[in-house]
Design a protein around this ligand. Structure first.
Ligand code: CA
Length: 252
C-alpha cells in the first residue's frame, strides 16, 4: 500500500469503540496509517491537522452529526469521504451524498467490502488528484482565487502568503459569505474545541489577514466587522478600493 509519499492515511470517525478498533486493526494490517476520532469536533480537528487521504465517517455521532461533519469537511477539503450508515436509513444515504460524501457502506458491513471500497476510492483520488476540482474546493471570482486543496491564495497574478490559521480563517469566512460568524464560532471552527484562548485572537488574525490584502488596489471582497456580533465575508460585484476594506458595519 505504500506509495512514494508513504502509507496512505485514513481518519476513522466512529464513537463506538469496538467498531472503531476493528476498523483500525484491519486498516493498519492493510498498511494504512490510521487515526481515530470519536466525535465530530475531534474529527474536524484531526482532519485539519493531519490531512488524511480518506475519511471513514459514521453518521451516528454524539454532539455533532456525521452529516454536519461531512458538510463542514467538504467546504474545506476535497478528501474522499466514505460514510458508514445505519442499515435502514435510505434518507441518510441520500442526504449524505448531497452534502458531499463520495460513497457509503451500510452497517453491518463486510470488512472485505469496506476494504475494497477504501482501496478503490484511494485509487480514484490518486488518478484524479489535482486535476479535478470538487464543488467548494476553489473560490474564483473577480480576479481572486482561493484553492482549498492546494491551500493557495492569489489576487490577479500575485500569490498571497497566509499562515495556516489565516488561511483557515479566510476559507471559513468565504465558505459562509454573506453570513455573520461570531467569534466563538470562528474559534471553534479554526482553532478547535481545545482552544481556550481569548476571543481577541480572532480580532488579531482578522487584522493580520486584512494587512495581507491592503496593498492591493482593488479587491472583489471585504471582511466586514459587525459590532458586537463578529465578522462577515462580503463578495463585491464591482471591485472596490482597498481603502474601504476595513470598513466597519454598524448594522447587524
Ligand atoms: Ca456511531
Amino acid at each position: 500500500m505504500s506509495s512514494a509519499r508513504g502509507p496512505k492515511r485514513i481518519l476513522v470517525v466512529e464513537d463506538e469503540e469496538n467498531i472503531s478498533q476493528t476498523l483500525r486493526y484491519n486498516l493498519t494490517r492493510e498498511g494504512y496509517e490510521v487515526s481515530q476520532a470519536a466525535t465530530g469536533t475531534q474529527a474536524l480537528e484531526l482532519a485539519r491537522q493531519r490531512h488524511p487521504d480518506l475519511i471513514l465517517l459514521d453518521l451516528m455521532l454524539p454532539e455533532m452529526s456525521g452529516l454536519e461533519v461531512c458538510r463542514v469537511l467538504r467546504a474545506e477539503m476535497s478528501t474522499p469521504i466514505l460514510m458508514l450508515t445505519a442499515k435502514a436509513s435510505e434518507l441518510d444515504k441520500v442526504v449524505g451524498l448531497q452534502v458531499g460524501a463520495d460513497d457509503y457502506v451500510t452497517k453491518p458491513f463486510s470488512l472485505n467490502e469496506l476494504l475494497a471500497r477504501v482501496a478503490a476510492m484511494l485509487r480514484r483520488a490518486e488518478l484524479t488528484g489535482g486535476q479535478q476540482h470538487r464543488p467548494g474546493e476553489v473560490e474564483d471570482f473577480g480576479g481572486f482565487r482561493l484553492d482549498r486543496a492546494a491551500r493557495t491564495v492569489r489576487v490577479g497574478t500575485d500569490d498571497v502568503h497566509l499562515s495556516p490559521k489565516e488561511f483557515d480563517l479566510l476559507s471559513l469566512l468565504m465558505a459562509n459569505a454573506g453570513r455573520v460568524l461570531s467569534r466563538s464560532t470562528i474559534i471553534h471552527r479554526v482553532w478547535g474545541s481545545k482552544f481556550f484562548g481569548d476571543h481577541k485572537t480572532v480580532d488579531v488574525h482578522i487584522r493580520w489577514l486584512r494587512e495581507k490584502f491592503e496593498h492591493f488596489d482593488t479587491l472583489p471582497f471585504r471582511i466586514t466587522t459587525v459590532f458586537g456580533v463578529g465578522y462577515r465575508f462580503d463578495k463585491l460585484d464591482a471591485e472596490i478600493p482597498v481603502s474601504i476594506l476595513n470598513e466597519t458595519s454598524t448594522s447587524a
